[in-house]
Write a protein that binds this ligand. Structure first.
Ligand SMILES: [Zn+2]
Ligand SMILES: [Zn+2]
Length: 304
């Protein structure tokens, strides 16, 4: 199977603690890296992860709270020192460009690469990125400022061609890719060998949804139906429900309800409040509703 991995760089919330880093993740799809959020200290965590800086060309920012974007200017400046030349694309609410441009002009003069901002509308569900392997769409969320999540949809890979069929029918090299992409094979006497006989189906395409920060939003379950992995914030436990409502965050139980209604295969919870010395209380609460729940942790790699 092709690589599809979620690297957790940070899964804390706004207040710094010694236990967690500020929010950031890197999604690795076939060795192409996509960063989601970039809290303070992300570049150090990226170093620690041993992911290749040069493979990161796209950064997606869910919203403009500091714990999701304070790490950007440091990361951009470091890439400059490393003599990066490839464009760096940043997808976010349009305010980010206005906020970062004066800092880029001051701190990042003379860099050999361009930072290209792509404004997104967090209130709408749109495809904002697409290439041969993946499409990425916004998931409108509910928070104290415009916020969206991101849904990664892997594109189907070609079918596998059966080795013994290549030999048996003496299939020429130039036909192999066409057969992998669904064509039948015609023999010299005009007989058609149907594609199903020559190939086995490829692995089903996988999906990953990132939802942070957000109040409880049952509406998103339609968009993320059947997702292979849902990352959902679980800032609080149920005893803090009033605080969750007030700050427009979710409890662990609510995160699990979203996973359950969306028929997600697995749930990863994170964005933990600094008040928890031990997040097992959040894990147990979520598992009671949705057993396939896991706690996010710094430097964890979640394979799909
Ligand atoms: Zn946050
Ligand atoms: Zn926030």
């Amino acid at each position: 199977m092709e690589k599809f991995e979620i690297n957790i760089l940070g899964c804390g919330s706004a207040l710094p603690t010694l236990r967690h880093q500020a929010t950031s993740q890197v999604v690795n799809i076939r060795e192409k890296l996509f960063m989601i959020d970039c809290g303070e200290g992300t570049q150090v965590q990226l170093r620690r992860s041993r992911l290749k800086f040069t493979r990161l060309n796209n950064i997606f920012i869910s919203h403009l709270h500091g714990d999701h974007c304070f790490g950007l200017i440091g990361l951009i400046s470091t890439f400059g020192m490393l003599e990066r030349t490839a464009d760096l694309h940043i997808y976010s609410h349009p305010d980010l460009e206005e906020l970062l441009t004066p800092q880029l002009n001051f701190f990042c003069k003379g860099m050999h690469y361009k930072v290209i901002f792509h404004p997104i509308n967090p209130k709408e569900q749109n495809v904002i990125y697409e290439d041969r392997s993946v499409s990425i769409e916004t998931i409108p969320l509910q928070h104290r400022m415009p916020t969206c999540g991101f849904l990664f949809r892997e594109k189907p890979t070609p079918n596998h061609i059966k080795r013994d069929m290549i030999d048996f029918y003496r299939i020429p090299l130039w036909m192999i890719n066409r057969i992998k992409n669904g064509e039948d094979f015609i023999l010299e006497d005009g007989t058609t060998v149907p594609n199903e006989r020559l190939t086995t189906p490829s692995d089903p395409p996988r999906t990953y949804a990132y939802c942070s920060d957000t109040a409880y939003m049952p509406r998103i379950t339609e968009q993320i139906k059947g997702v292979d992995l849902l990352f959902h914030e679980a800032t609080f436990d149920e005893s803090e429900l009033p605080r969750a409502k007030q700050t427009q965050h979710s409890t662990a139980k609510q995160a699990a309800q979203i996973a359950l209604h969306a028929q997600a295969k697995q749930l990863l919870i994170g964005h933990f409040s600094a008040r928890y010395e031990d997040e097992n209380i959040l894990l147990q609460e979520a598992k009671a509703v949705f057993p396939q729940t896991f706690l996010a942790k710094e430097n964890m790699i979640f394979k799909l």
